[in-house]
Design a protein around this ligand. Structure first.
Ligand code: 6PG
Length: 268
């Protein structure tokens, strides 16, 4: 059974015995949000990240979810993407397609992937334009506060340095206010060229989940949750800046990733 508590400023924290238990809870959470969103506004707009997150979503391809989730109502996006060909091993699109989207009945035209035939800058502009069209038709909601798109769910992983999506420590992209999607050509995590949602878009979502496993990330988890207001530049740890303005934040982690959390230490 997960250890769960609500942090007064940092949302809900769920610490699981292991990644298998985490995965079970994560897909339950996603399926519930999908059902609630489809009931409320007829569609479910979800943005994925890359990395280990996708394998932790694998149980969505199994019963009961592969039958009970209203896949035809899903609109799928990427919170970040590497600027490589869609069939390249580094492609987040390829990862999600191979491990999830090709195994469930999503509608192909509802999958919004990056244009892999243009430069990083053009790809970012095109991706933002595509999202603006969907906001215009209200396929993707809009935030009353920021006029940013209001995705039903944005799923994020986090690096040991506290990066989320492709927003890295002390990177100028963290300061962007007006762009919805930006590009970078100097990512410290290979490959160097990427496109990524900006913080205003991430923080305008109805739901944001950060999914983290492994001890290598324990310090960053502690800094992002317990120590999020500590002096020193908040830009140094992007996960600290994940603060949905009118949305719900949930952290999914295993015990090694949560091992430095005050909440976990108190529970021992
Ligand atoms: C990417 C990701 C990135 C990822 C973290 C965590 O494209 O690289 O979107 O933000 O989520 O680096 O990756 P892991 O979970 O694999 O450690």
């Amino acid at each position: 059974m997960a250890l769960t508590w609500t942090h007064k400023d940092r949302g809900e924290v769920r610490v699981h015995e292991n990644s298998d238990e985490l995965s079970t809870d994560l897909v339950d959470y996603i399926a519930e949000l999908s059902e609630a969103s489809v009931k409320e506004h007829g569609v479910f707009s979800i943005a994925l990240s890359g990395g280990s997150l996708i394998s932790l979503m694998g149980k969505l391809c199994e019963p009961p979810y592969n039958k009970t989730v209203d896949w035809a109502k899903w609109y799928i996006f990427w919170a970040d993407e590497r600027v490589v060909a869609k069939n390249h091993v580094d492609s987040n699109y390829k990862l999600a397609k191979d491990e999830l989207l090709s195994k469930v009945p999503v509608v192909p035209s509802h999958i919004y992937s990056m244009n892999d035939t243009v430069s990083a800058e053009e790809a970012a502009v095109e991706y933002e334009f595509a999202i603006r069209q969907l906001v215009r038709t209200r396929t993707v909601g809009v935030s009353e506060i920021s006029d940013c798109p209001r995705f039903d769910l944005i799923l994020l992983g986090m690096g040991p340095d506290g990066h989320i999506a492709s927003l890295f420590p002390s990177h100028p992209a963290l300061g962007l206010k007006n762009e919805w999607v930006t590009f970078l050509t100097d990512s410290p995590k290979p490959p160097p060229e990427r496109i990524t949602f900006t913080l205003p878009v991430i923080n305008s979502a109805s739901n944001v989940a950060v999914v983290v496993t492994g001890e290598a990330k324990a310090e960053a988890v502690h800094l992002a949750i317990d120590d999020w207001q500590s002096p020193g530049s908040p830009l140094s740890l992007p996960a600290r800046l994940v603060q949905p303005t009118a949305g719900k934040l949930v952290w999914f982690m295993d015990i090694p990733a949560g091992s430095k959390l005050d909440g976990l230490k108190c529970s021992e």
